[in-house]
Design a protein around this ligand. Structure first.
Ligand code: HEM
Length: 343
């Protein structure tokens, strides 16, 4: 894992780039030439050393820049953090899980020491050191979910389980693929998944919910989801749509390789011990098509997936408006060679 943190931006001049190492470990989500939704859940077990699955929460070369981007987004829009009052136990569960995981998995970067309920947390890359009383929010600079949400890459939702479903009752959301925490807070599983096309008739959501309701502590699971984003932008929120939506109209057959990015979400689901809530973590990985093309197998497969994607998914994922220039850029990269199953 290359932990030389990069100075880069996810907005304005968009200087974000992946090193060759970051491309090599990118969680490419397509193991065949065709894509449709499925209940693609697997145990969140430690993966191969160096892979994004090695640790509970993946910290990579973009860590410092991503945390700076989170702070900018929150400063512009306080509504990206929200927590209903009954979620305070779940917030402490979240703080404990993230601090213990980071201190265990990246001991050179993060340290946690405990004297009874008095904890001291040290975050060397961000220059943070705080002592507090575990369980007493007045001893932290802000609520526990916001405090650690600012210090771990990705977005976080805390789900309360009751009435046979899950409610999105707290969240820290600054890198979402066009959905709104302010809108979804307090909603139930079937309500927030309402806009997703094609899934109801396949029973995907029913089966996934049933699985999650019996998720056990100590046996987290993960899945990949994906979409596309124009420019390497983390904050593709409905709230800031005017800042990024129009970029879709600027894609051409010449610039698509630089502008169009595959956006992959590594999503984790963890049962939490005190609250019995579920943590849903959403870690975003971005890769330009030029970067993807350094792996010919990936770019060929991606061409086929996008070419044959169901029209409802092209629409829902916002790709339809630039599908033509995208195909014009991708097609010459695909010689039609048969590709083996797997990534
Ligand atoms: C969207 C499946 C868990 C929140 C989606 C989509 C799928 C999906 C297929 C459409 C994505 C796309 O085409 O880009 C699943 C499965 C889950 C799961 C199989 C569990 C195993 C969750 C959880 C949350 C969540 C725990 C918690 C908040 C959302 C939201 C959207 C979404 C907010 C966007 C909906 C919109 O367009 O407004 N999900 N999901 N999902 N999911 Fe999930």
């Amino acid at each position: 894992n290359n932990l030389a943190y990069k100075l880069e931006t996810f907005r304005d001049d968009y200087t974000f780039r992946n090193s060759p190492d970051a491309i090599r470990r990118f969680p490419f989500p397509f193991d065949q030439d065709h894509y449709m939704y499925s209940v693609n859940i697997e145990p969140h077990k430690p993966g191969a050393p160096g892979s994004v699955f090695e640790h509970t929460f993946d910290i990579d070369e973009h860590y410092v820049a991503e945390c700076a981007d989170k702070a900018l987004t929150l400063a512009q829009d306080k509504g990206r953090y929200a927590a209903l009052p009954h979620m305070m136990d779940a917030q402490w569960d979240f703080l404990e899980l993230t601090m213990e995981s980071l201190a265990r998995d990246y001991p050179d970067q993060f340290k946690l020491s405990k004297e009874g309920e008095r904890w001291t947390w040290t975050n060397l890359p961000l220059g943070i050191e705080d002592s507090f009383i575990f369980g007493d929010a007045s001893t932290l600079p802000m609520e526990p979910l916001e405090y650690m949400g600012r210090q771990v890459q990705g977005d976080f939702v805390l789900l309360d389980q009751r009435e046979g479903t899950l409610f999105a009752d707290a969240g820290f959301i600054t890198s979402q693929a066009d959905w709104s925490l302010a809108f979804d807070i307090g909603m139930a599983w079937h309500e927030w998944h309402g806009p997703v096309p094609q899934v109801e008739k396949m029973g995907v959501m029913e089966r996934a919910l049933k699985f999650l309701l019996s998720l056990q502590q100590g046996s987290p699971v993960r899945r990949l989801n994906w979409t596309m984003t124009i420019n390497p932008r983390l904050d593709t929120s409905p709230e800031h749509y005017p800042q990024w939506g129009p970029d879709k109209l600027k894609v051409t057959a010449e610039n698509a390789g630089r502008k169009a990015h595959l956006r992959v979400e590594l999503q984790g689901l963890f049962r939490l011990p005190r609250s019995n809530a579920i943590l849903f973590s959403i870690r975003c990985y971005l890769m330009s098509l030029e970067e993807m093309a350094t792996y010919p197998r990936w770019i060929k497969r991606f061409h086929r997936v996008i070419r044959d994607l169901h029209p409802d998914l092209l629409e829902y994922k916002g790709i339809k408006v630039y599908h033509a220039p995208l195909m014009a850029w991708l097609a010459p990269h695909d010689d039609g060679e048969e590709l083996p199953l797997g990534t």
